[in-house]
Design a protein around this ligand. Structure first.
Ligand code: 4AD
Ligand code: MG
Length: 521
């Protein structure tokens, strides 16, 4: 890592007014010096990122910057972007001082190294620009075949060229915000005394018991060995038993919590569910904290504080990107019919979530609200709510959050029948200490629960859903050896990134989305 700050800048830059040594002619492909103003050797030319230059512009410094051309106007103004921030650095070329052949190669997408003096900008839109003294085309970019042109491309089109889309303003912003959010996750848990635990990606268990598994095998696709009864003989497989990619690190996370107290995971999870929605991926990243001695209430408090921390962090650290995404969303909203507009800008929505406590509501209360709701009575729900016990669909969750409470909501105490086997059974015998955090525009962003800590009740619950307790002996051991009340939850990272960036489709907040029928790149 480089030290940042004034010192650093001083060491890496030289004042333009100083006389600099003779140019090193071996340093590049086409070293050109304009006007014979300054001469310098490559070893004293500091390479700075556009972000460093724009954040702390030092007029008079001679710097080198490398990046890709966004636009080249009037044979004079190059907008150079290096991905370090939303902004471009304007590079001003005195075209008479450079060969025409070289300037022709300055096309959108080409990579350049530019050395020159930072000068106060005459034009609007930037405070500083670089007056080009040396220009190298590092990589040409043929205009005819380059799919990204300086114009608005649809998100659908960009999805097809995901290998290039991170070079656009929108995807650059989303990926930088995604990074900041990931950093905020680690910061939050580290500050709260949690340990980052890595749970296995390949596992023999189905943590959610939903059977949406991607099998991992080295058996041949054709002619896998069979047992006498005709079923596949997994004893010949790599792990000598059926294995799959994990759907959740929770079960192993619980083992960590029962030793280390408070842990969290942050890793990829995989679900072979055939959901073609704007909220589902087949490969997504999940953060799963698990805490010994936490009950459901403690769990809800933590989930709310955690969500707010991520939002606060990106609001503080990604102002430029969020301002861009806010504008983008505003434009997008304008093209929607009035009744489908959210009415709140991105920044406003993020601030609103920060400033207000999440509403807490039991499943039973929610069902009463939904039963009595206008869309239910008018038959506008695709899945009408008729009775207690119904599973809530995204349309119901969004009604509660966006229309009824107009705030994030934590629903808790769900019917045992619609939730996973590991959740703590309530005294009523029919509900479990489950909680889902529901967000505006997203629906479920967090799912969690207090865990069933009683060995015998857990065994019964497993048997009731057809899970053989012997297969999860290691999980049951925690209930045998020093069991305790404990809780945890899972936050879908992409759903959170969707929320903070305002992107409507989850495929646009992960670099290379995996969805049914799509594993490109
Ligand atoms: O509600 P889920 O299925 O809960 C679990 O996996 C628990 N084991 C978590 C725990 O208690 N440790 O998933 C948790 C969250 C959801 O709320 C959602 O945000 C996200 O993961 N999620 C998905 N995100 C993208 N694509 C999918 N297919 C997702 N499925 C769940
Ligand atoms: Mg869930």
């Amino acid at each position: 890592m480089f030290p940042k700050g004034d010192d650093f800048f001083e060491k890496r830059t030289k004042r333009g007014s100083e006389t600099l040594p003779e140019a090193d002619q071996d340093c590049g492909i086409l070293p050109i010096f304009a006007g014979g103003k300054s001469h310098f050797a490559s070893y004293i030319m500091p390479t700075l990122t556009v972000s460093e230059i724009l954040r702390q512009p030092k007029v008079g410094d001679i710097v080198t910057v490398k990046g890709w051309v966004r636009t080249f106007r009037s044979n004079r103004f190059i907008a150079l972007n290096d991905g370090s921030c939303q902004g471009n650095l304007q590079a001003v070329v005195d075209f008479e001082a450079f060969p025409e052949e070289l300037l022709k190669r300055v096309t959108t997408g080409a990579s350049l190294a530019i050395t020159g003096e930072l000068v106060a900008s005459q034009g609007a839109g930037q405070t500083v620009e670089i007056s080009v003294q040396k220009l190298e085309v590092l990589g040409d970019c043929p205009t005819e075949s380059y799919p990204l042109q300086p114009k608005r491309h649809s998100l659908e089109f960009l999805r097809e060229i995901a290998h290039l889309r991170m070079r656009t303003n929108t995807f650059g912003a989303v990926m930088r915000v995604r990074h900041a959010a990931a950093f905020a996750v680690h910061q939050f848990f580290n500050d709260q005394g949690f340990f980052y635990l890595n749970t296995p990606i390949i596992t023999a268990s189905d943590a959610e018991g939903a059977g949406e598994l991607f099998r991992v095998t080295t058996l041949p696709a054709d002619g896998a060995p069979k047992k006498e009864d005709g079923t596949t003989d997994f004893s010949e497989d790599f792990f000598e038993k059926p294995t799959n990619l994990t759907v959740s690190g929770q079960l192993e996370g619980e083992l960590g919590a029962m030793a280390l107290g408070k842990i969290y995971t942050f890793g990829p999870t995989f679900r072979a569910e055939n959901s073609n929605t704007t909220r589902h991926l087949s490969e997504f990243w999940m953060i799963e904290p698990e805490m010994a001695f936490f009950d459901l209430n403690d769990n809800m408090e933590l989930a709310e504080a955690f969500c707010k921390h991520i939002i606060r962090y990106v609001l503080t650290h990604c102002q430029e990107d969020l301002a861009f995404l806010d504008q983008r969303l505003e434009q997008e909203e304008k093209s929607k019919p009035q009744d489908q507009r959210s009415g709140q800008g991105l920044l406003e929505k993020l601030q609103f979530v920060l400033d207000n406590p999440f509403v807490r509501c039991t499943y039973t209360e929610a069902i009463d609200i939904l039963k009595d709701s206008k869309p239910n009575k008018k038959g506008q729900f695709k899945y009408p709510i008729e009775e207690w016990g119904a599973d809530l669909q995204s349309e119901h969750e969004r009604f509660l959050v966006e229309k009824h409470f107009k705030s994030p909501v934590i629903l808790f105490d769900y019917p045992a029948k619609i939730k996973a086997f590991y959740m703590r059974l309530n005294e009523d015998g029919k509900t479990v200490r489950a909680m889902d955090v529901l967000f505006p525009g997203i629906g479920e962003i967090v799912g969690g629960s207090q865990r069933e800590e009683r060995h015998d009740v857990l065994v019964e619950k497993m048997q009731a859903v057809g899970i053989e307790p012997e297969l999860l002996g290691w999980y049951l051991d925690t209930r045998k050896f020093g069991t305790c009340v404990h809780s945890g939850f899972g936050l879908g990272f992409e759903r959170m990134v969707q929320f903070v960036t305002g992107m409507g489709n989850i495929r646009d907040v992960i670099p290379f989305p995996r969805t049914p029928g799509n594993a490109e790149f």
